[in-house]
Design a protein around this ligand. Structure first.
Ligand SMILES: [Zn+2]
Length: 147
């Protein structure tokens, strides 16, 4: 494994950090009908009853309730990076508190499906996904059981 020189998001523009250091997801909202979108984009409201082609960038709720989850027990195929040896991990679908939008994400290390229950309060965090050959640790948004 490479030595970590710095951290960068695995995908630019999906999350940011507020002044207290807490991460939040960046989504989009239609100013005409109020529909939320994640991942963020600047055009094409997904509401079939709305003809707006402009979406605004918004900060999304940091908390939500666990809507569904699963556990991945098989290493994903390349090009998705997977540690060797592979460690099972949970994936959560969390319904955001204010927006109602359901956002998928990995669940932090140490929490597997047996620890999860639909309806639980979850909160956003971040976690390393992998470290590339240049020592850049790529970080993704993730869910953890809310404290
Ligand atoms: Zn709309």
């Amino acid at each position: 494994m490479s030595e970590v020189i710095r951290q960068e998001p695995a995908i630019d523009g999906w999350f940011a950090t507020d002044s207290s250091g807490s991460p939040y997801l960046i989504g989009s909202r239609c100013p005409h009908c109020g529909t939320y979108v994640f991942p963020p984009r600047s055009t094409n409201c997904p509401n079939p009853a709305c003809s707006s082609d402009t979406l605004e960038s918004v900060a999304l709720s940091r908390r939500g309730t666990l809507w569904s989850y699963t556990e991945n027990r098989y290493a994903p195929p390349p090009p998705y990076p997977a540690p060797d040896p592979f460690e099972p991990f949970a994936i959560a679908a969390v319904q955001l508190a204010d927006e109602g939008l359901i956002v998928l994400g990995k669940v932090v290390e140490g929490t597997l499906a047996a620890d999860l229950k639909v309806g639980m309060e979850m909160e956003l965090t971040t976690m390393p996904l992998f470290t590339d050959d240049d020592g850049v640790q790529r970080v993704v948004h993730a869910w953890r059981i809310a404290s």
